[in-house]
Design a protein around this ligand. Structure first.
Ligand SMILES: [Zn+2]
Length: 192
C-alpha cells in the first residue's frame, strides 16, 4: 500500500494524526490509512508520545446495545450519517468529523465520553457489514442501533424505557435525549 503523490501522502498523514489525537488504536489506522505500518507506528509514537497499546480490539456487537453505550452510539451514528451525506466524503473523513462533533457535544452537555474513537470506528464497520442495524424507537422516533437479529418493529429505546438503576443519571440522560432527538431530526432532514 503506497500512496502515489506527496500531496496524497500528506493528506493521509493528516487523517492519521486526527485519528491518533482522538485516541484511535493502531488497528483503526491500519484499517483506514493508506500508509505503511512502519510509518503509522512512527506517527503514533510521535503524536501520542507513547507506543500503541497491544492486544485485540473488542469484537462483540453486544456492547453497542447495552443501556448507556446505546445512547452514545445513537448520538454518534446520527451525526455520522448526516456528515456522510456530504457529496463524495470518504468514510474516514466522515468518521473524523462526526467524532469531533460527538466530542464537542459531550463537552457542551457535560456528559462523559462513553464511545471511544475505536468503538466509533467499530460501530461504523459493524453497520456497514450488517451486524448492527438501525431502528427507530416507537416512542421518540430516535434512530438507534440494534443487533442484526433483534426485533425492530416494537423497539423502545433506552431513554424511553430507562432501567431503574439508571436513576442517578436521569438528568444527564434527559439532556442527551433532547439533543439526540434534535440530532435525529437534523439527520433526517439531511437525508431527505
Ligand atoms: Zn425512544
Amino acid at each position: 500500500m503506497k500512496t502515489k503523490s506527496l500531496v496524497g501522502e500528506a493528506h493521509e498523514v493528516q487523517r492519521a494524526v486526527a485519528l491518533i489525537r482522538f485516541g484511535a488504536r493502531l488497528q483503526v489506522l491500519e484499517g483506514e490509512i493508506n500508509l505503511s505500518r512502519e510509518r503509522l507506528l512512527r506517527l503514533y509514537r510521535e503524536v501520542a508520545g507513547k507506543s500503541p497499546a497491544k492486544g485485540m480490539l473488542p469484537f462483540s456487537t453486544d456492547w453497542f446495545t447495552t443501556w448507556q453505550p446505546s445512547i452514545h452510539s445513537a448520538l454518534f451514528f446520527n451525526m455520522y450519517r448526516a456528515v456522510r451525506q456530504v457529496n463524495g466524503i470518504e468514510r474516514v473523513d466522515a468518521l473524523i468529523r462526526a467524532y469531533g462533533l460527538y466530542r464537542e457535544h459531550l463537552a457542551l452537555s457535560g456528559l462523559p465520553e462513553v464511545l471511544s474513537m475505536t468503538r466509533a470506528w467499530r460501530l461504523v464497520r459493524f453497520e456497514e457489514s450488517g451486524l448492527l442495524e438501525t431502528a427507530a424507537c416507537t416512542e421518540c422516533r430516535g434512530v438507534f442501533l440494534l443487533q442484526q437479529y433483534d426485533l425492530k418493529r416494537h423497539f423502545v429505546c433506552g431513554l424511553c424505557d430507562m432501567p431503574a438503576r439508571a436513576g442517578k443519571t436521569r438528568a444527564a440522560a434527559a439532556v442527551a435525549r433532547a439533543e439526540a432527538e434534535a440530532e435525529a431530526v437534523g439527520a433526517g432532514e439531511a437525508l431527505a
